[in-house]
Design a protein around this ligand. Structure first.
Ligand code: F6R
Length: 678
């Protein structure tokens, strides 16, 4: 049957015609408030309440639904679109869809394709208008939105090509204004947008309506904000290749849609989502204009929703059940808010900031403070592998076995030293049997110039040794690269990164046999776009864990980017652990998550804090320096233009400063870990 009962339920959840807001109790989209439950146990199952109408949503001005994963949210949205198409088909009408590109809608399109192929959903009555296109941009360019839409949707479904509209990135400059006027007119002539799908940029853009856009703007050309270009830089292999301009539907055009659904996944979107839902309407955050649209829903995963007041500081919006995690979050937050260390908080501080309930449960501030202080204090250890011959009842790691087998997984060939170099160094120094596994080759992050230089050195020393290497030098100079040469270039780049990693691991005193290069296949596409995680990737991880039987696993738990390599690498580890957890050796295996290159755990999340002396900070810096191809103008710089060692030193110092501000000892730097329980 085309419409399964379960999916029907999803649709009803997301259908938000205001007159028929469904009862969200007992649905599969239950918002999982990990840290709190509301007093009324029934209401903890409610995913949606009218913005501003109830205590929890009183700061919110846009209807939003929080889902446990982007897969669940995407399927529900695809279902809503499919139902709309079917409803229109029944009435013999066209269905006018406004579509978006980017990483956010990819799984919605995948589900629509599945519905077409497996459940017979036809798109014969569908007319689409895409939000935007880079300018100038050729249709054939793999970075064009034209290419994206065909690749991710159109070529897989039965839509009539005549019904597809995407702004033309090659329209002549003198015809651009007229083109934009006609684009809006075509939408109007088709009957207006029945449904508009949106993502949101970190600038708060919808479409490419960057800050400064007017509420009534129509389709037009626009200059892209710097942050938007930074975010696109990795796809274009460097910011200099990202177009500076685009054509975008206007805010006015978007707002005329009868129904709008905006998708936001991942922590990177959390702050702009919060500003958009809770802030004042402002041209500086153009998505806030959606507050004025009466049939808009934001679909958020837990990470994207994490800065909403009701999630981040629920004690400020309603009474809550004080779990241990919530208590820690609240007390750390309170210290920052009143600028006091834990032991100096008093009853008034708790009462003034919505925590009287907590105080009532726990007695007086003094008791609460001591408990929290001890909890934080006990996370600190200079013995990440456990302190031998010591009472370990209040330590983050077990004393026994005194010499542990430790397996450090590093998604790219430098994440280990960047994110946990000090701890890595200590584990080796304290005599543990440390293994490191580089999950991907990291080859695409090495520049052509770097590869060419190594090839040239090899050729100049051994002119006749490898004719292919000469070909590489020539190909890179002339930019004429055939498939075989391209593979060789990738190999050179991969080898450069391997040797850099070995430089760092040897510096820490690790024998080469304990270093594994896994070259996980999902990564080896040669482009920024990676394959999905496959069985062979998981098997590689499973085999290695089985061979080493580690007492400790360290993994990069960086969840900021739900589509990034770090997330895929972590998923592979979790999948392997899931398979292996019944094995007896896994009973003794503890998994510690470091946070990857970009973010750090907050004090309330940290379960092991490893302090570093100034000397150790310098040793870590030196280990990072071995990764020369990732110094100076690196290919995938991200939003921060400083070198990795500078960023990471600032980050570890910040954690140390936060501990100090909470009233704990003053350290130069701290590396932080959170345990993963399976
Ligand atoms: C794409 C578009 C943009 C994106 C936004 C988020 O057509 O108009 O507004 O939706 O930049 O991009 P992702 O989804 O890649 O995070």
């Amino acid at each position: 049957m085309f419409i399964s009962v379960v999916l029907n339920k999803f649709v009803s959840i997301l259908r938000t015609n205001k007159s028929s807001i469904p009862n969200f109790k007992n649905t599969n989209l239950n918002h999982k408030l990990n840290t709190m439950q509301h007093k009324d146990s029934n209401s903890s199952l409610i995913t949606y309440k009218e913005p501003g109408q109830f205590e929890e949503t009183r700061f919110e001005k846009i209807h939003n639904v929080i889902v446990n994963s982007s897969e669940i949210g995407s399927k529900a949205v695809a279902r809503e679109i499919a139902d709309l198409i079917l409803k229109k088909q029944e009435k013999n009408k066209k269905c006018i869809l406004g579509l978006a590109t980017g990483s956010s809608p990819i799984k919605v399109y995948a589900e629509l394709i599945r519905l077409h192929k497996e459940e017979g959903l036809s798109f014969h009555n569908v007319i689409t208008f895409n939000l935007d296109e880079y300018y100038p941009m050729e249709k054939e360019n793999v970075e064009s939105y034209h290419y994206f839409m065909h690749d991710h949707l159109f070529k897989h479904i039965d839509i009539d090509p005549k019904n597809i509209h995407i702004p033309d990135g090659m329209v002549a400059p003198e015809n651009l204004d007229q083109f934009c006027i006609e684009y809006d007119a075509a939408i109007l002539a088709a009957g207006g947008l029945d449904f508009q799908l949106l993502g949101i940029g970190r600038t708060g853009h919808i479409g490419f309506n960057e800050p400064g856009s007017h509420a009534n703007s129509g389709t037009r050309s626009i200059t892209l904000a710097h942050i938007t270009r930074v975010d696109a830089a990795s796809s274009f292999l460097g910011i200099n290749n990202v177009p500076r301009r685009a054509i975008t539907m206007g805010i006015g055009t978007i707002k005329k849609a009868k129904r709008i659904v905006l998708l936001a996944w991942g922590e990177n979107k959390a702050s702009v989502v919060q500003e958009t839902i809770e802030g004042e309407i402002s041209s500086q955050v153009p998505a806030t204009y959606l507050q004025e649209h009466s049939n808009t829903t934001f679909i958020l995963d837990n990470e994207a929703a994490s800065q909403l007041t009701r999630i981040k500081t629920p004690w400020l919006v309603s009474s809550c059940v004080w779990t241990e995690v919530l208590k820690s979050s609240a007390i750390v937050w309170l210290c920052e808010r009143v600028n006091k260390p834990v032991l100096k908080l008093n009853d008034k501080d708790y009462n003034d900031f919505g925590m009287s309930g907590l105080l009532a449960e726990e007695g007086v501030a003094y008791d609460l403070n001591i408990k929290m202080f001890n909890k934080l204090q006990r996370t600190i250890t200079g013995w990440p592998g456990g302190k031998p011959n010591a009472d370990d009842s209040n330590r983050p790691e077990r004393a026994l076995p005194a010499k542990k087998r430790v397996l450090i997984f590093s998604p790219h060939p430098d994440d280990d030293v960047i994110s946990m170099g000090g701890t890595f160094d200590r584990l080796v120094e304290q005599g543990h049997e440390v293994y490191v596994a580089y999950q991907t080759s990291g080859n695409i992050a090495v520049s052509d110039e770097e590869a060419s230089r190594y090839a040239e050195v090899a050729v100049s020393i051994f002119p006749e040794a490898n004719p292919d290497l000469k070909g590489v030098v020539q190909a890179l100079q002339t930019k004429k690269i055939d498939r075989q040469t391209e593979l060789l270039i990738r190999k050179i780049k991969g080898q450069i990164r391997r040797k850099e990693s070995l430089g760092a691991t040897r510096f820490f005193g690790l024998p080469d046999e304990q270093v594994h290069f896994l070259d996980m296949p999902f990564y080896e596409t040669g482009t920024v776009k990676k394959n999905s995680l496959a069985e062979q990737d998981i098997t590689i991880i499973t085999d290695l864990i089985t061979a080493i039987k580690p007492h400790q696993i360290y993994a990069a738990g960086d969840l900021a980017d739900p589509h990034g390599t770090h997330k895929v690498c972590l998923d592979a580890i979790f999948a392997a652990i899931e398979r292996l957890k019944i094995e007896s050796f896994m009973k003794y295996c503890w998994v510690w998550l470091y946070r990857g290159a970009w973010h750090e755990w907050e004090p309330q999340e940290i379960e092991m804090a490893v302090p570093m002396s100034e000397d150790q900070v310098l040793r870590k810096r030196k280990a990072i320096f071995y990764h020369q191809s990732q110094k100076d103008n690196v290919m995938f710089q991200g939003e921060d233009s400083r070198e990795f060692w500078v960023r990471v030193e600032e980050r570890t110092k910040k954690t140390a400063d936060k501990y100090n501000a909470l009233g704990l000892a003053e350290y130069t730097a701290i590396e932080a870990f959170k345990r993963y329980y399976f």
